[in-house]
Design a protein around this ligand. Structure first.
Ligand SMILES: NC(=O)c1ccc[n+]([C@@H]2O[C@H](COP(=O)([O-])OP(=O)(O)OC[C@H]3O[C@@H](n4cnc5c(N)ncnc54)[C@H](OP(=O)(O)O)[C@@H]3O)[C@@H](O)[C@H]2O)c1
Ligand SMILES: [Zn+2]
Ligand SMILES: [Zn+2]
Length: 351
């Protein structure tokens, strides 16, 4: 297969900083779209993956799955997009297209789904490389339309931070009568507040940080509960229909389960791995409460979210950085020192 060499940023070891790399992209096949990347959001998963936190990284890795760009080339059979269109790519770039999950617009749960990075490129027989790069080539079925009224840098985080919180909000049917709580005010957390608020729900934030209270209210939270304050946690007992937990590290879920109402569900999206401490089942049994997980969202649901953001004028609160500043951005993200998502201006890589 014919390939093109392009500039990217990535790393070839978990300890090393990200640095300039040259990678191969395939030439467009009949159903592919080539995209000149304008902006790419910085997700905490990028950092986990670059540093092999999940033990599954194959190096070199080029992270980035919150991609917004302009179509520069289309394959002979492409019908949805034309050269010059502004489009987006999120966390997945392919799947089997025939399993029950794929047939039900749940491509993220397809056993053969292909991640935008760290997946397996069936055309090149190599790991896929993400959006910290000049361009990307993606089958049109996994490319999304961007509403034309939104800031292009601000919409990038919708492709992961947005859809990861939107999917559980929709699955658990959040509406104006729902009481929703979000754990952690970072990239995912701030999108979750905006989206739950736009759905008309009563929104609370659990945060360790007292200095985020005003921001949370500006973003649409009705209430902030400081999770390290036992009295505040006790006051919140039995309140929430759904809690979306975005914290990236192992932490005690039991205090949050106590704040669920009867039939309530705590949806873990942030932490991947064994729980420590273990769950105590008593409040779950006594109140038919559930603990669930959720992974990003399917293509149709991501398009639904982009259109919803267009209608409601929702974008992410971002700090634009140059590609060369990615290592500092990672260190700041580890300290929760970002309001509330870094987005890379990809011109900085090209210039
Ligand atoms: N399930 C999925 O499909 C999916 C998709 C995307 C990302 N993720 C994962 O979701 C997690 C969050 O991603 P993000 O990009 O939103 O990260 P982020 O911007 O770093 O935000 C995480 C937030 O969690 C809280 N937090 C951080 N460390 C904590 C600790 N040790 N104890 C308690 N709270 C802590 C902080 O909020 P406060 O200061 O308010 O406490 C922080 O702002 C990551 O692990 C990422 O890999 C999962
Ligand atoms: Zn992500
Ligand atoms: Zn499938």
């Amino acid at each position: 297969m014919i390939t093109k060499q392009i500039s990217a940023y990535g790393t070839d070891s978990p300890e090393a900083n990200l640095k300039p790399l040259t990678i191969q992209r395939r030439e467009v096949t009949p159903t592919d779209v080539e995209i000149d990347i304008l902006y790419c959001g910085v997700c905490h998963s990028d950092l986990h993956f670059a540093r092999n936190d999940w033990g599954m990284t194959q190096y070199p890795v080029v992270p980035g799955h919150e991609i917004v760009g302009k179509v520069t080339q289309i394959g002979t059979e492409v019908s949805k997009y034309k050269v010059g269109d502004i489009v987006a790519v999120g966390c997945l770039v392919d799947s089997c297209r025939s399993c029950n999950n794929c047939k039900n617009d749940l491509e993220q749960y397809c056993p053969e789904w292909v991640g935008t990075y760290g997946g397996f490129d069936k055309h090149l027989n190599t790991p896929t490389h993400g959006g910290y790069a000049e361009t990307i080539v993606v089958d049109e079925a996994y490319v999304l339309r961007v509403p034309d009224n939104l800031d292009l840098a601000g919409i990038a985080p919708v492709l992961c931070a947005g859809i990861t919180t939107w999917s559980p909000l929709r699955h658990w049917k959040v509406d104006k009568d729902s009481k929703v709580a979000i754990v952690g005010l970072g990239g995912l957390g701030h999108m979750a507040i905006k989206l739950a608020h736009a759905l008309g729900a009563h929104v609370s934030l659990f945060s360790r940080s007292t200095n985020k209270i005003e921001d949370a209210k500006q973003l649409g939270a009705d209430q902030v509960i400081i999770s390290t304050d036992t009295a505040q946690m006790e006051q919140a007992m039995g309140q929430f229909d759904i809690i979306i937990d975005t914290v990236p590290y192992a932490h005690d879920l039991n205090p949050y389960i106590n704040t669920l109402s009867t039939n309530g569900t705590l949806v873990v999206v942030g932490y991947l791995g064994p729980l420590d401490p273990m769950l105590v089942t008593v409040p779950m049994i006594m109140g038919r409460k559930a603990v669930a997980g959720s992974l990003i969202g399917g293509i149709a649901e991501t398009q639904e979210l982009l259109d919803f953001c267009g209608e409601h004028n929702i974008t992410s609160d971002i700090e634009i950085i140059n590609m060369q500043n990615i290592n500092t951005a990672y260190e700041r993200m580890l300290k929760s020192d970002v309001k509330y998502r870094f987005v890379i201006d990809m011109n900085s890589l090209k210039g």
